[in-house]
Design a binder for this molecule. Structure first.
Ligand code: ASP
Ligand code: MG
Length: 408
């Protein structure tokens, strides 16, 4: 039999209430009647997961963190609700359908509760059901570890479930239906001339996803490794979405693909710390031991044997990072300064590789509208500046037109 499997994923807002869910049911049935075998991954309805998280935090005494195993089982129920309801709705339209939890679908993960990674997918059950001509509805964001306990993949993880299933089932495409119409050159709420991108390659998309575009970054990594084409489109929209595929820069030779914005940024500076081999490691070690990820790092030239060492962290981690460093007895410094209210603005584009001058153009354009750059970091395909959050709008607007993103 020819494989006509198409994986579709519907996010929480697409199935936010019963009426929307019924519309989705019809959409899926249409796909089936076109001759495809839909394998549908769903998120929890609306804000269900947030509500479950909140409840889990309220039931414990003395602000003790909820037990990770129990919490994962709890969170997994959100997706079971939407999967079963959607299956009932489809069934009532006269179609063969079955909902499966992550474990029933054969999704195995490692042991890290709350951010488990998929280790293996046993597709036997799914293939059996597809061969019985059934539409499959799979609860996203969950799996089972080798102990037989339910795990979850981390917030937003249904995207990753969908891409993993598309890879395992060798589906033609993985369609991600969401509340935006695709991937944009930048945030359309900030730049009115932001355009929907028709095609984007995995590398650029990964940078955009990590830096704020609405997809679980791990899903893009997976798609790239298994070469799964991913199509992102608006659930209730008729217009074309964005196709994420392998390839060179596909937007007619444009070297800059988009501008990513991350507003959730803080900065820490350690003043006058003794410069000796191992200093940077001993500053960062206690933070990474506590799973605090730091991003841009700037270390200035030693003066009289001392350096200033700055780095950026997310707002959520700022206070914790500060407290940890203040309590390091082995670090000898004058002071630690912390500040929030920063944003990272990144030019993204594989086309910038081997093309000199982009950084210069970016800094000049920001300088031209009087914006101070606090920190800079670059990769082969990205240039990131840390700036004051209040300057995001003017920065992104000036860069969007400077790098010709306004034009088709
Ligand atoms: N329901 C989960 C969450 O809210 C997973 C997802 O939406 O992808 O994070
Ligand atoms: Mg989501």
């Amino acid at each position: 039999m020819k494989n006509n499997i198409v994986v579709q994923k519907y996010g929480g807002t697409s199935i936010g209430d019963v009426d929307k869910l019924k519309l989705i049911a019809k959409k899926i049935v249409d796909k089936k009647l076109e001759g495809f075998s839909p394998v549908v991954v769903v998120s929890a309805m609306g804000k269900t997961t947030d509500e479950l998280v909140e409840m889990s935090e309220k039931v414990t005494f003395n602000q003790i963190e909820p037990d990770p195993r129990e919490k994962d089982t709890l969170l997994s129920t959100g997706e079971l609700v939407s999967a079963t309801l959607l299956a009932m709705s489809i069934k009532s339209l006269g179609q063969e359908v079955i909902s499966l939890s992550g474990p029933q679908a054969g999704i195995f993960t490692d042991h890290i509760h709350g951010s488990a990674r998929i280790s293996d997918i046993n597709i036997e059950r799914m293939i059996n059901e597809i061969n019985k001509n059934k539409i499959l509805i799979i609860a996203g964001f969950q799996g089972i570890n080798t102990e037989g306990d339910i795990t979850t993949l981390g917030r937003g993880g249904s995207d990753t479930t969908a891409v993993a299933l598309a890879a395992a089932l060798n589906a033609k495409v993985c369609e991600i239906f969401t509340d935006v119409e695709g991937i944009y050159t930048t945030d359309p709420r900030i730049v009115s001339k932001a355009r929907k991108i028709n095609f984007i390659n995995y590398e650029d998309m990964l940078e955009m996803a990590v830096l704020g575009a609405k997809m679980h970054p791990r899903s893009i990594e997976l798609a790239s490794v298994y070469n799964v084409p991913v199509y992102v489109a608006g659930t209730f929209s008729k217009s074309k979405g964005t196709l994420i595929i392998k390839g060179d820069n596909m937007e007619n030779n444009k070297t800059v693909t988009g501008i990513a914005i991350d507003k959730n940024v803080s900065k820490i500076t350690i003043k006058k710390i003794k410069n000796k081999p191992g200093t940077a490691g001993s500053i960062l070690r206690p933070l990474s031991d506590q799973s605090i990820s730091i991003d841009i790092i700037v270390q200035n030239i030693p003066m009289d044997g001392f350096i200033d060492f700055s780095f950026s962290v997310s707002n959520d981690d700022l206070q914790r990072a500060y407290d940890i460093l203040m309590n390091q007895k082995n670090l000898d410094f004058e002071d630690i300064i912390k500040g929030s209210g920063f944003a990272k603005i990144s030019l993204v584009g594989t086309g910038m590789q081997n093309a000199p001058g982009y950084a210069t153009e970016m800094f000049t354009a920001l300088g031209g509208v009087n914006i101070d750059i606090e920190m800079i970091t670059t990769s082969e395909i990205r240039i990131t500046c840390l700036i004051n959050e209040n300057h995001v709008n003017s920065a992104v607007n000036v860069l969007h037109s400077k790098f010709d993103l306004d034009k088709e």
